[in-house]
Design a protein around this ligand. Sequence first.
Ligand SMILES: NC(=O)c1ccc[n+]([C@@H]2O[C@H](COP(=O)([O-])OP(=O)(O)OC[C@H]3O[C@@H](n4cnc5c(N)ncnc54)[C@H](O)[C@@H]3O)[C@@H](O)[C@H]2O)c1
Length: 254
Amino acid sequence: MQIHRFEEGLHGRVALITGAAIGNGRAFCERLAEEGAAIAIADIADASETVAAVRQITDRVCAYRGDLTVPHTVHSIVEQVVRDFGRIDVLVHNVGVYEEEPFELLSFEQWQRMLHVCLDSLFLTTQAVLPIMKRQSFGRIVALSSDTIWLGTPYLVHYVTAKSGIVGFVRSLAAEVGQYGITVNAVTVGLTATQDPSDRPLNRALLKDILPQQCIHRADEPHDIANVVAFLAMPAASIITGQAINVDGGVARH
Ligand SMILES: NC(=O)c1ccc[n+]([C@@H]2O[C@H](COP(=O)([O-])OP(=O)(O)OC[C@H]3O[C@@H](n4cnc5c(N)ncnc54)[C@H](O)[C@@H]3O)[C@@H](O)[C@H]2O)c1
């Protein structure tokens, strides 16, 4: 059994990051690139700004555009990544949507859409990359969830249900794939200042409420989350699996 050193980083590794055209996903791409990984970005939106940001760090970056809730799209993106980079060591599943709605006003369509985007995309991308990781006898899967699953935040029944599903997914899958050197973890994220909070009135108001509840009284930044994602993605994190790591300044202390 080999114990990897932290300093090994992600040199020679290939990371596929979904939902990285904007927001936290962009920070994950930059952080994993700093650790030495080649970066493949999959998003339904144009990710050229993320590509440009990563190019400041490495030339080994490429974006693939498509809807990750569509099976044949996911399979063709994963095939393309392997053609371009030769392997996939890390999957960071970051695709998500956020929407508040009181439960009694929540339509069945809103409920279905939330579960579809958050969970079907996780199922499809994970199933597409697993055979590659098994062949390599190495893989790191990190899925982004939310601290609202510990807090039971109101007006988010569909969102909290979907994000709780991610934790069930990683717990069960971890037990199936550990034998192949593959770890599967979730990161439960608190409200993150993904842009200048002054650009987002809702975020500014929420941050004002949330900051006093945190043990660390400053806003979570995308790079705070990226540090944890990068650690879980590393060979050095080989003994951590089936976990949900909470990163929210200590609002939820589960
Ligand atoms: N930002 C926060 O405060 C916060 C808090 C808790 C959890 N999270 C979670 O962290 C993750 C990232 O958050 P964010 O704020 O950066 O999100 P974001 O909304 O800024 O980015 C989500 C990305 O997913 C992409 N996407 C959406 N549907 C897609 C699909 N069907 N196929 C391909 N790509 C698709 C979008 O184009 C976008 O680039 C999400 O899973 C979110 O739920 C964020």
